[in-house]
Write a protein that binds this ligand. Structure first.
Ligand SMILES: N[C@H](CCC[C@H](N)C(=O)O)C(=O)O
Length: 289
């Protein structure tokens, strides 16, 4: 199975083009037989596989030039949307000569986004669609409500949080200081908390000023990552919703910076860098062990 590895600010993904697969690799539903949760875990393992924060399974309809993307986390679960994943897939399409620097659409489970590749592929801008704070959309357990400034109890610790979805779920916690330790200490407990029936991504956020925030990320199905486009979108949207930031926000993460614009109607525009790493072929052997 051919792959193309990219990273977006240290959040790395393997692009697999469904057209690169031969017939026996596709089952009757046109799904890749190899992409079972168990095999995804093997491919993403940083010692026994290629190593990555996920797999991007892209489908390109040659005649209509329609693009769709499925996003798999390293634990084998499927995500509705990935901001860095969409930027990476957009760059892949550009590298393959399938798009120019004009706007094009990509369909995901979490909705259809519009993408533009700039600066010879080094920068990609994605209109990530509208963010929602409503419990029924995210989802968050309990009565239908906007999930803003609520409490989550972890036994020995209680946090104030807000939640949002941009296709995938996010729990945003504002603190005076954030670091990787707090994300690694509490991330998994919050990811799997009963408040979140479909689990959740988690961001610990420090407000730097009205146009800058800093986040540390614990991703659903992936754990601690150095950057996240959907996390940046959700955290920035919460900061704007709470009146702590203006509409243009730079999100500072361990892997680098993402620019977010929160429009009045809460449509999110995200832009950031993408880096090509390598291409190769995954050996069948890793699936046989
Ligand atoms: N783990 C996430 C998907 C990837 C998000 C992140 N890598 C991004 O750039 O948005 C989830 O299960 O919702």
């Amino acid at each position: 199975m051919k792959f193309h590895k990219y990273h977006a600010l240290g959040n790395d993904y393997l692009v697999v083009n469904s057209q690169d697969l031969n017939s026996q690799e596709l089952n009757s539903q046109g799904l890749i037989t190899e992409l079972t949760p168990e095999n995804i875990q093997k491919i993403c393992d940083r010692h026994f596989g290629i190593g990555s924060d996920g797999i991007l399974l892209g489908t390109i309809q040659p005649k209509t030039n329609r693009f769709s993307l499925r996003i798999f986390n390293p634990d084998g679960s499927e995500a509705e949307k990935s901001g860095n994943g969409l930027r990476i897939f957009s760059r892949y399409l550009w590298d393959m000569g399938l798009v120019t620097n004009k706007q094009f659409s990509i369909e995901t489970i979490g909705g259809i986004v519009k993408s533009v590749v700039d600066n010879s592929g080094q920068m990609v801008r994605v209109e990530m669609e509208k963010i929602s704070f409503w419990s029924n959309d995210i989802p968050v357990a309990g009565e239908a409500r906007e999930v803003i400034n609520q409490k989550i109890n972890l036994g020995d610790k209680e946090f104030n949080f807000s939640a949002a979805t941009i296709g995938n779920p996010h729990c945003v916690i504002i603190l005076p200081e954030v670091d990787s330790q707090i994300a690694k200490k509490y991330g998994s407990q919050i990811e799997n908390h009963p408040l979140f029936p479909q689990r959740t991504n988690v961001q610990f956020m420090k407000i730097l000023d009205r146009n800058n925030i800093q986040i540390e990320i614990w991703e659903r199905g992936a754990g601690y990552t150095l950057a996240s486009g959907s996390s940046s979108s959700a955290a920035a949207a919460v900061a704007y919703k709470l009146g702590l930031c203006d509409t243009k926000i730079t999100v500072k993460m361990p892997g680098g910076l993402i620019s977010i614009r929160v429009n009045e109607d809460f449509n999110i525009i995200m832009s950031g860098a993408v880096t090509q790493v390598a291409s190769g072929k995954i050996s069948q052997e890793i699936f046989d062990i």
